[in-house]
Design a protein around this ligand. Structure first.
Ligand code: THG
Length: 376
């Protein structure tokens, strides 16, 4: 028998401000992200992917909630929860950071947006950053206010995204640099527009600042995008794995530290500001890590779907790690993935395999990313 269970809807899980529009435009799958339904596909994962890499797509990513930090110690507080040096972040800039616990474990990997000197947003992945931040702030003496504002991101991604954005807000959007943003409005709807997005393609994120206007904003972009063949879509697992972008919960959790997932470049151990994970990360850096995150190719028939299990990796009959994400890439015409494995001596690539549906498939370790990004 082939059961296809559904996620049940209830009042406990939140609906995004774009929910009605996504239903109207034919959403076929949802995940739950920060206690909010978030679309996963419309026509099919592969059809949605081709629209993203060839044309332009609109995504409801309202589940990427904002944690707003204001107050005199706002910057000091953010410095405290991340090992990255954010002192160089200018107003109007975004920065990708890892939030880390006292033992160096990763709590989340948000984008920081600096709105003014005492005003920041953390645009978070799927974990309880609001609670963690409130706990840290109330057990230390930081002069900060922490809350979840009424802000919901939409993503416009794909090679024709600049044309659509140009039509909606004008030509300044073409000059907006990667990871910079501007506050503006679209037909009186307050928004913040950033050049960013979780894909290897060029794109923007539109942070809606009034949840009651979600469906109106969605239709404005759909209307403007018609002549460019815009399609509703969602964060693409295929595209993000091709481009070596990680997903919190899948490829990293509280049990991994930044060095194990090859994100040492986002750790500034000697930054000026004090931070919670300083002692632990300094020790881990000195000792070296025992695991590494690598790209893999799985030599087998094309996967039909995104693989929803952490498959166990073996090397010469010994368990050496797990595949954290894997999918068939229609562009590369092979099964690709990310894996967390025991650190190899001299980057040895022999003898790796994975057990899938009763038989073993050969696994090859490769360099990341699989594809060069087209986004800059
Ligand atoms: N957009 C917004 N919020 C988010 C995400 C997003 N919150 C959750 C999740 N995604 C956070 N994770 C990432 C991971 C990677 C990137 C952005 C958010 C990213 N990385 C760039 C890359 O890999 O090319 C470069 C980062 C850098 O070098 O600074 O963009 O997508 N609003």
């Amino acid at each position: 028998m082939n059961f296809k269970p559904e996620i049940s809807f209830s009042t406990r899980i939140r609906k995004s401000p774009f929910f009605d529009s996504t239903m109207k435009w034919g959403v076929q799958g949802f995940t739950v992200y920060n206690r909010m339904y978030m679309p996963t596909f419309y026509r099919s994962y592969v059809d949605d992917y081709w629209s993203l890499v060839k044309e332009v797509t609109l995504w409801d990513v309202a589940g990427e909630r904002q944690v707003e930090i204001t107050g005199n110690d706002a910057e000091k507080f953010i410095e405290y929860i991340t090992p990255r040096d954010i002192s160089k972040c200018k107003i109007g800039q975004c920065m990708y950071v890892l939030l880390t616990e006292k033992d160096g474990g990763i709590v989340n990997d948000p984008i920081v947006l600096k709105l003014s000197n005492n005003h920041f947003w953390l645009s978070i992945a799927d974990s309880d950053v609001l609670l963690w931040c409130k706990g840290i702030a109330s057990s230390n003496s930081f002069d900060v206010n922490i809350n979840e504002p009424d802000v919901s991101p939409l993503a416009l991604q794909g090679p024709k995204a600049p044309d659509v954005m140009n039509k909606v807000v004008g030509s300044w959007s073409k000059e907006l640099k990667f990871f910079n943003f501007k506050e503006t409005s679209i037909e009186n709807i307050p928004v913040l527009i950033a050049r960013s997005g979780w894909s290897g393609e060029v794109g923007y994120e539109i942070y809606l600042r009034d949840g009651s206007k979600g469906n109106k904003l969605w239709e404005i972009f759909m209307d403007a995008g018609m002549e460019y063949n815009i399609a509703p879509a969602a964060p693409s697992q295929i595209n993000r794995i091709e481009n070596g972008m990680l997903s919190y919960g899948s490829d990293m959790t509280l049990n991994e530290n930044p060095f194990e997932i090859n994100m040492g470049k986002f750790v500034n151990l000697d930054k000026k500001a004090n931070f919670l994970s300083k002692e632990a990360l300094s020790r881990i850096y000195k000792q070296g890590v025992k695991r590494e995150l690598v790209g893999i190719e799985i030599i087998s028939d094309p996967f039909k779907d995104f693989v929803a299990d952490h498959l166990i990796l073996q090397c010469n009959d010994k368990i050496v790690g797990k595949i954290t994400s894997s999918v068939y890439s229609p562009r590369l015409k092979k099964n690709i993935g990310l894996a967390l494995i025991n650190k190899r001596k001299e980057n040895i690539n022999e003898g790796y395999s994975v057990q899938m549906s009763g038989s073993f498939a050969k696994v090859e370790i490769c360099n990341l990313p699989f594809l060069k990004k087209n986004k800059f």
